[in-house]
Design a protein around this ligand. Sequence first.
Ligand SMILES: [Zn+2]
Length: 258
Amino acid sequence: MLKFCKSALLALSLCLPAVANDGRILVVYPGATTPEHQIVEKIFKDLRPFEAMADSYNAKFFFPRDVLVVVAETGQANCWYQPDKHRVYISYEFLDFLLKLFRAVEPEKEARGDALNTLFFVALHEMGHALIGELDIPTTGREEDAVDDFACLTVHQVGGSAREQALAAARWFAIMGARDNKDLPYWDEHSLDLQRFYGILGLMYGADPNRFMFAEKIVPERTLKRHVQDYPKKLDSWERLLAPHFRKKLPRGQNLKI
Ligand SMILES: [Zn+2]
């Protein structure tokens, strides 16, 4: 009898639909320990920028499982997506690093703005990795470049001051590229800093040449023309790859907006 029940239950379970895709992006703060990081943590908890990002992705996509965005002291000046733990790490030490970098070349107010905007751009970059990992999105070519593109496409669709996030990140790569011009990591999974600078600037120009006309003084004309052609292709690629996971398909050019 017991054996029969087990078999029946197994048969029944095989008839049931697959477990619903009801995962969520969840933001957690394990708790900062230093006074400086505790101040930043309180600001993030009050203003909820990462929660707003998570809410937007939850409204937009079906996720097969929960994904944690861990905003924390990580011991590393870095942010990353960890696929086996289904986590994105946003590091206070990385914000420290950005503040120091921008303060060396800009007044305090601009440095704070650029550091935070760069952090938010990097958060989108990591969410690009998370979408690829969690939704099993295929990539050809370098994933790091693809998720830089994803972050650019997103901030362009959001529009307004969100575009500053891409420009601040481009500034970060320009500063890094000008500073570290020897022992370049040709082997790394990331493109070189100056390549990322030109890539972000070029793609933002490709999205809206009139708005980013200043790029014509920095990036060769031939390259900018290519970005104008590439922008709609990259937009189509991301929207088509993500389409099976949308809760609701929006008109072309609006599906990455958060
Ligand atoms: Zn990355």
